[in-house]
Design a protein around this ligand. Structure first.
Ligand SMILES: NC(=O)c1ccc[n+]([C@@H]2O[C@H](COP(=O)([O-])OP(=O)(O)OC[C@H]3O[C@@H](n4cnc5c(N)ncnc54)[C@H](OP(=O)(O)O)[C@@H]3O)[C@@H](O)[C@H]2O)c1
Length: 282
């Protein structure tokens, strides 16, 4: 009989869709968040990466698969992820790891080190490397959109933005089938576009004229820290726009279709579904 799936970040951008999909497939889910936020149909459990020592072990009881991810806002990714990955490896638990597009370019990148730890473990694993989320336009860039501007240090770089639901659907496939074990997938949306294109599409949908303002790293960091983002995380966010400027996030893959059988959602469709929040004035 199959055991439970432990989903970290269960109430987050990807996790909330993943938990719903797994439950719809009849899986038993342990849904982890810091305060064990109730999620209908799942067993809510408390887990905090920053106080992880000793805390992950009891959560792994009765679990045969783990969705491993790190919530937004942490720069010490290896330090936080590695103990959890190791605890799963030690128990022979299959891990589906939500990594980040492009980290396989350099084995010294902390996320890549976690990938390699899993790949070399001898335990089944699937690495999912999503590109920039479409959902960032409401989760992070909405205050700017409310002032009719998207201001990021992307220059004219393009990204094949992906809908969080397509990441969740890909993770569902990886968790519920062994067909993808020991493989790595670069998850992208169907089309690459720049922030000026995205601003135009969002502007058209909400009936306002939105500008794209390409920022320098320093101006971006200053904007974020003034908005309350800690300086180290602001610096980290600025650094991950360098691959965008280099054109590396413009690649389009067929991984979502390979994993789920469905083509990934378009930015136009995502915007139409999020029109009300994008048009909100805060
Ligand atoms: N955004 C992007 O464009 C992008 C692109 C590629 C890859 N990624 C990867 O995706 C990750 C974020 O995924 P996501 O957006 O689905 O996650 P998320 O929504 O940022 O976080 C998921 C949940 O984690 C919980 N959480 C926060 N701090 C925690 C802690 N210390 N310990 C345990 N749980 C904690 C939060 O719930 P509670 O507050 O209830 O605990 C939150 O709802 C990034 O860190 C990055 O690695 C993101």
């Amino acid at each position: 009989m199959s055991q439970k799936i432990l989903v970290l970040g269960a109430n987050g951008t990807v996790g909330k869709h993943l938990v719903a999909e797994l439950l719809a497939r009849g899986e038993q889910v342990k849904a982890a968040s810091r305060n064990a936020t109730p999620m209908e149909g799942a067993e809510a459990v408390a887990f905090d990466f920053t106080t992880a020592t000793g805390a992950i072990e009891p959560l792994l009881d009765g679990v045969d698969r783990l969705f491993l991810m790190l919530p937004t806002g942490y720069v010490n990714s290896y330090e936080l992820l590695a103990p959890v990955a190791q605890a799963a490896i030690d128990r022979g638990i299959k891990v589906v790891f939500q990594s980040v597009l492009g980290v396989d370019a350099d084995d010294s990148i902390p996320y890549r080190q976690v990938e390699l730890m899993l790949i070399n473990s001898g335990v089944a694993s699937v690495v999912l490397r999503p590109n920039w989320f479409m959902d960032n336009f409401v989760n992070f860039w909405l205050p700017g959109i409310q002032h009719d501007v998207i201001a990021v240090p992307a220059a004219e770089g393009q990204s094949s933005f992906i809908d969080a639901r397509d990441i969740a659907a890909s993770a569902t496939a990886a968790l519920t089938s062994s067909a993808f074990d020991n493989q790595q997938f670069n998850l992208t949306g169907p089309q690459a576009m720049g922030y000026a294109d995205a601003a135009e599409l969002i502007g058209e949908a909400i009936g306002r004229s939105l500008a794209y303002q390409p920022l320098s790293d320093d101006d971006f960091i200053a904007m974020l820290t003034q908005a309350g983002v800690p300086a180290d995380y602001a610096g980290f966010l600025a650094s991950i726009f360098a691959p965008v400027r280099m054109g590396w996030t413009a690649a389009v893959s067929d991984a979502v279709e390979q994993l789920t059988g469905n083509a990934p959602r378009t930015l136009e469709a995502w915007i139409a579904e999020h029109q009300a929040v994008l048009a909100s004035q805060g």
